[in-house]
Write a protein that binds this ligand. Structure first.
Ligand code: ATP
Ligand code: MG
Length: 213
C-alpha cells in the first residue's frame, strides 16, 4: 500500500511544530507508525542547505537563490526520505512542504507562482500532500508567540522580515486554500493549542480512515 502524507503549513509562530508533535502522538496511540519531517532539513544534505538559508550573515542572498536552495533541500529530502517512506506504506507528517515555497517565495518575495509550482513538482518528484492543514494566524500574533516561546534570542534571516512581508505570505497561503479546497484545510491558529489539535485531528483521521478501504 502506498503511504500517506499530511503537511502542516502556516506563518512562523503559527504553531506548526507544536501541532505536528501533538498529531504524531495521537497517531502513534492508534498503533500507526508515523514519520515526522521538518522542512527545510530532514536529511544530512538538506540540513546543510538549511544552515545556509537561515544564517543571518547571508543577508545578500537573492530571492531566486533562496527559492532554489529551498527546492534543492526538498529534492534531497524527497529522494532520501519521503519517497522511500511512501513506498513502504508509511504515514508522513511534514512540518512545511511545497506550499511554503509558493507562499514565501511567491507571495512574500514576488517570484513567479507558475514557475515555482513547476519547480515544486520537480523537487517533490510529483508528490502532492493527501491533505494540508493550513494554520492561519495574524502575523503579529505569530511573532509574539515566537518571541515569547524562546525569550530574547536573535531572529534568523527570514524571521527578521517585515510585517508587510508576512502579510503577503498569509494572503498567498489563503489563496492556495481557495484554489485547492479539497486538499487544503484552513484552521484558525489563534485558538488554543487544544482546540487547534482537535480540529486538525479530525482532518488527519479522514486520511487514516481513507487508507483502510
Ligand atoms: N494555539 C496556540 N496558542 C498559544 N500558543 C501557541 C499555540 N500554538 C503554539 N503556541 C506556542 O507558540 C510558540 C510557537 O509555536 P511553534 O514553534 O509550534 O510554531 P511554528 O509554526 O512551528 O513556528 P516556526 O515557523 O517559527 O517554526 C511556541 O512557544 C508554542 O508553544
Ligand atoms: Mg516550527
Amino acid at each position: 500500500m502506498k503511504g500517506k502524507l499530511v503537511s502542516v503549513e502556516g506563518l512562523d509562530g503559527a504553531g506548526k511544530t507544536l501541532l505536528v508533535e501533538g498529531l504524531a502522538e495521537k497517531i502513534r496511540q492508534r498503533g500507526i507508525p508515523v514519520t515526522v519531517i521538518r522542512e527545510p532539513g530532514g536529511s544530512e544534505v538538506s540540513e546543510r542547505i538549511r544552515g545556509v538559508l537561515l544564517d543571518p550573515q547571508n543577508e545578500a542572498m537573492a530571492s531566486t537563490t533562496e527559492a532554489l536552495l529551498y527546492l534543492a533541500a526538498r529534492a534531497q529530502l524527497v529522494a532520501e526520505v519521503i519517497q522511500p517512506a511512501l513506498e513502504a506504506g508509511k504515514f508522513l507528517l511534514c512540518d512545511r512542504f511545497t506550499d511554503s515555497t509558493l507562499a514565501y517565495q511567491g507571495g512574500g518575495r514576488g517570484l513567479d507562482r507558475d514557475m515555482l509550482a513547476a519547480l515544486n513538482l520537480m523537487a517533490a518528484d510529483g508528490v502532492v500532500p493527501d491533505r494540508t492543514i493550513l494554520l492561519d494566524i495574524d502575523p503579529q500574533l505569530g511573532r509574539q508567540r515566537r518571541l515569547a516561546g524562546r525569550g530574547e534570542v536573535m531572529e534568523d534571516r527570514l524571521e527578521s522580515e517585515s510585517m508587510a512581508f508576512y502579510q503577503r505570505v498569509r494572503e498567498s497561503y489563503l489563496e492556495i486554500a481557495r484554489q485547492e479546497p479539497r486538499r487544503v484545510y484552513l484552521v484558525d491558529a489563534e485558538k488554543s493549542p487544544a482546540a487547534v489539535l482537535a480540529r486538525a485531528w479530525e482532518i488527519v483521521e479522514g486520511v487514516l480512515d481513507s487508507g483502510k478501504g
